[in-house]
Write a protein that binds this ligand. Sequence first.
Ligand code: DX5
Ligand code: ZN
Length: 217
Amino acid sequence: DRKVKIAPSILSADFADFGREIQAIEKEGADWIHVDVMDGHFVPNLTFGPPAVKAFRPHVKTFMDVHLMISPVDAYIDAYADAGADMLTAHVEAGPHPHRTLQAIKAAGMQAGIALNPGTPAEAVRDLLPLADMVLVMTVNPGFGGQKFIDMTAKVRQIRDWIGDREIHIQIDGGVTPETAPLVVDAGADVLVAGSAVFKGGSVSNSSVYGDNMRAI
Ligand code: DX5
Ligand code: ZN
């Protein structure tokens, strides 16, 4: 029986107040903190880079899960290790050598995740599983919070079957709500990222709403 973790995405938090937002969602029971790094090239949006992620680190008491939506990746791996990432996830679509990228992430002392966009078949990560601590199955096209869930349950089931009894997480990111979460958990996911569904209606001064939102998922 797999314990499901909730990883709120601070992409939906107050960008002027990340430190207090992280403290508030952890107080309300977040298991991991999901940090969305976007480069305006791999995805059509920009967020923040290594110095900002390093500034988040002292506020994160749980586990800092950094999702890189950038291309290329390899030149930045050491900067995210230095910033204090616990898990570093790269996209399989980000370059021709995802196997090398996962090796480099692990050599830098972090856990390694591999992400797939909705249009990428499960087969793209099959030969990477021996190096992966997590597979991130995107259920939206990456770039923005608040998009509609795309059903990837068949892909999740296939990957869970290939994982077998290995200790590899399956993470879901995009459009996770109280309605969609049970579908992906049933298919074999164990880490749920949620941005808009966690932060909606709450604030650092009214953070019990974050707790209610997380428990609803
Ligand atoms: C999307 C990001 C997600 C995003 C999810 O590109 O990778 O982490 O914050 O937001 P919601 O939960 O609102 O779909
Ligand atoms: Zn993400």
